[in-house]
Structures are given as C-alpha cells and as structure tokens.
Write a protein that binds this ligand. Sequence first.
Ligand SMILES: C[S@@+](CC[C@H](N)C(=O)[O-])C[C@H]1O[C@@H](n2cnc3c(N)ncnc32)[C@H](O)[C@@H]1O
Length: 615
Amino acid sequence: MLQRSNERYSYNPTLKWNPEVEDYFINAYGSSHFTTISNALTRPSSYSCIRVNKLNSTSDGVIEKLSAYLMDKEGRFEINKCGVDRLEDYVLFVKGSGPHMVEYGDGSEKCIKEIIVSRKCAEAVLRGAQVFVPGVLACSAHVEKGDIVAVSVAVEQPGSVGKWGVGITRGTVLHGTQTDPHHFERTGLYIGQGTAMLSRVGIFGVLQGIAVEITNKVFDLPSFHDVLKGDIFLQNLPSIVAAHALDPQPGERILDMCAAPGGKTTAIAMLMKDKGEVIAVDRSHNKVLDIKKLALEMGLNSITAYKLDALKAVSGSNASTDIASPHCSNGETFDSPGSGPFLLKEMPSVSVNEIPPLPCKETDLPCILTQQDNNYGFKFSEFVKKILSMFVDKSRLLGFSSEKTQRLLQLMQLVKEKLPKTVVGDEGKTNKTYLSKADVRKNARRMRNGPGRSQSVGGKVETSKGFSQSSFDRVLLDAPCSALGLRPRLFAGEETLQTLRSNARYQRKMFDQAVKLVRAGGVIVYSTCTINPGENEALVRYALDTYTFLSLAPQNPRIGGPGLVGSCELSDGKYEEWLRPGEEDLVQKFDPSSPLDTIGFFIAKFSVGQKDALT
Ligand SMILES: C[S@@+](CC[C@H](N)C(=O)[O-])C[C@H]1O[C@@H](n2cnc3c(N)ncnc32)[C@H](O)[C@@H]1O
C-alpha cells in the first residue's frame, strides 16, 4: 500500500506551453524574463484585493467587519489599505501566505485517502476557495464524510494524436496501490489537505455543494464566498485601475461592451457616484443576469444591462461573427444559446425511462450516446450535441472537461424532466404524447435559460438591438482574450498561435464597433487579462494606424509597466507590429512577476478626436 503519512510534497509546478507560443513569447519578452513570468503565473498573488463599496450605506465600518471575519480565521490574515494613489480610501489588500509545505496524512500509519480535482478547481483552491462537488474527478474508495483527504490536481498531459488530456474521468475510484492505473496522477501536484464534507457516493451523487473543506493549504488565502455581500467585491487590482483609466464622470453615458460578471461595470458606476447611465452588455443571457444581480446587491441604480453581441453593438451593424470567440478570463465556456428557433420543434420522442440515471461518468458518455442511437433509431447523440453546441464552444466539445461534463449531465437531466412523456412499446415503437404549444414554449425557455433562472434576481433579460453611432461619452472594451495573465495557472498548452491570432481578429472587430459608438472628444479604454502582445500592443498598433483620429492618452493611476516596442515575424512570414518608441509609457502592462504581484493585464486608453466620414 502506498504510505503517504509524513511525506512532504513541495509545490513546484512548471507551466506547459504550446512550443510555438513559447517561442513567440520568448521572442517578445526575452528568454529569462519569460521564464520568470511563466513561473509567477503558476502561483496566486500573495494577497486578495478587496474593493469596498463606498456608496452602500451598510459599508460603514466594513474594515472592522472584515477584520472581525478574518480574525475568526485564527488571525492568519493581515489587512491593509492598498497604498495606491486614488484607490487608497476604498481598496484593501488581505495578505495571504505560501507556498507552504503540507504534511499529508492524519498522523496515523493508515493509508491516506485522496481526491483528485480538475485543474480549474485547483486554481480556485489555490486562490482560497473550497473544493466544490463539480470539481472532483476521482476519489479513493471508502471515503466517508469527515475523513481527512489529500487533494491533488489532474493537470493536462500530452495524449495521443498531439492532444492534451487529463487521462482521468470523473467518478474514478483510486485504489491506493502502485498498480492503480491512476498512480501517476496521484503522485502529481498536491495543493492541500482537507476534510471530506460528503462521502464518496455523495460527492458523485449530487450536483453542487462543498466536497472538501480545505484545512491545510499550499497557499493560504481566505475565502470570501458570501462574505459581506454588496459591501465588498473581490477584484484584481488592474481591473480596478482599468475603471479609473476610463475616468467616467457623473452624468455621462458609458458603455461597457463585454461586461459580465460586472466587476468593472460596478466600479465605473461607483466612480460616477451612481449618477449618469452605465450600459453594460454581454452576449450571454445568464451572465447578464449576473450583472443585474451584482448591481442590485450593491444598490447601484445607474446600471442597465442588456444581452447583446458586441460585434453587432452598432444598431443596424452587420459585422461578421464567423470568428471563434476567445475563452475569456473567468473561464467562461457556457454561453446561452442564440435566439434562433429552438430544437424542441424537431425533437424526437424518447422514452424517458431510457435516459440513463444520473449521475453517470464521463467515460459513459460515448456509450450512452451510441446506445441511445441504437435504441431509438434516431441520432440521440446529435440531439445532445445540438443542445450542447448551444452552450459550449463547438471546437472544444470533445474536450469534456469535468465542468462541461457536469453541465452536460445537468442538461440531460433537464431533457429527461422536460421531454414529452412517451412509452416505448414491445416492438420498440413509440406511443407519443404531445405537449401543448404553451408547454413547448415554456420548456424551450427553460432549456434556453437554464434551471436557475427563475431563482435569479430580475429573471428577465432584455436583448438590445444595438446603439446609435457616437452615442456614448466613454466606452470600455474589456475584451474576451486568451487569459494568459490569470493566476494561478497550471496549464497553458491549449493556446496555439492560431487561437491567439483568432482572438486578435475578434478583438479588432469589437474595437471597430467601440470606435463607432463613442462620440468625438470621448474616450475608449481597451483592456485584457493576457500577456500576449498580439492581443495587446498589436491591437493598439491596429487602432492607431486604422483610426488616425485616435491617440493614446495618459492614465491615472499608472502603476503598471511599459508596453512592448517593436515587432516580430510570425511563422507565416507576416510581421506583427507592436508599439513605436514613445508609446510604451502611455499604456500600462501588469507583469505578473513584478513586485506589484498582480495578474498579467494590459490597459490602453484612447482619446477620440474629430472622426472622419469613413467611420
Ligand atoms: C473578460 S470577460 C469581462 C469581464 C468583465 N468586464 C468584468 O470586469 O467583470 C469577457 C466577457 O466578454 C463576453 N463576450 C464574449 N464575446 C462577446 C460578444 N461577442 N459580445 C458581448 N460579450 C461577449 C463574455 O461573455 C465575457 O463575459
């Protein structure tokens, strides 16, 4: 048996990149600096940055309330004002610690029980979160509620045909011996130890809740889940700085083009003292609900949120949308479906009883799909994929990360609940019962909007048809991007030069819309949470060269470093141009390895002169 008591596992991950991307970054940053950045990305920032909602009357004494909350955590966390000019009176840093050596085991000679979590789950744990049920991939046999478990992470490994994969499926049982097929993953990267809040059966039997409460963490940062809701907001320092760069004034009309979950939208509304109009749009229905919920929690009335594709933000605009959307900073994958005719119309009838009981394992999926095809003589797999394709980026459909699988399972459950009740006869012929048109419409709405919608604040989301040209004083484009600045990051190999360039094309199309929407004399702020110059400095070059009436404007506060000057030759022989001398100090680039210890981030602020007829 594998004995883990008193063994020590140091936290020392190496970030894996696609080799082409690595070469490109080395060219941009220099070899040793890029290694430093890459290493910094594998660690969380050493502090949590908290924005206090000054406008909320209950926020009085929030520092005291926060201190009391942190004191309850055995006084492990120090709280300080951030010390940055203009942010000093409302931005706090809560200092964490790490990496720590964790002693795995309960001190006894017994074989240690373990769980393996998905990478996304591990990244959240390293930032202070607990392990939630959907994040658990595998678990030792016989784990019971209250057991001490060691938590490790399944990081993507090179698989067959050049693809990356975790090589482990949800629900896997770990046997604790060296002959366990998952021994390799189990000797992987350990991120802490905690107490199981559910038994093994429970963990794989429910869809949500805390699976493990982490007690010994490799990185010790507090969890702010549900703490002082409405009074404080956990936000990265550069995001707060981006809202300041926009410099919104009370009474103005502001557009936040990619706004969900609303971190910067609410920061902007606060800076405007909630006077004026902040229009926040996002293309995802559920995410628009998130913005509305946050605005309501914070008591901000100046915010109006709409569902809108920012590529069509100018009313009457017919910008092409045939470019794959980047996966954005918050790990967004499930966008709500578009408004096209929903597939219930074409939905075949299925025997409700035959849809496999949930939960089932990811490995079961191909089997379920084929079985259903065989059983019913229609392509059940196509049916499920069709539903899925409305929620996830098609190109990543086959990736089946644990979150996606979980979502698929939820969807299948929903399908099961909402399908017309049919009975399969002896000969396999179906006797159909039909739903009324109203039921069909209601079901379609439920499936489109997700099960939680009726519980959400506001429930309804308005779709905007776009806005008139030059109708905003200021526009923030916090663009969806490759998110290669987010920390901690345990794997980066999924991004290729091709995906990075596709992101850049997408961002330029969005920027074109921003330029049309802002008035002459107004301001555009462009930001990303990536260190990729193709999505940052090259966007600035595109903007300045395409729209000669734009100029880079100074930012206040400016605490980030300079942008990259120069250009680089790409693999297809084309050149990517970055900044020109003199421009570098007008943008701010947050380097994750700098003493500010932030995520990687980029901000450019443009002043808009007299627009020419072409825009
Ligand atoms: C970087 S996140 C925005 C974070 C947000 N600004 C904040 O501070 O909380 C990018 C957002 O862009 C949205 N998005 C992606 N493509 C979009 C599009 N075509 N139109 C509108 N929103 C889009 C995503 O849904 C995601 O919420």
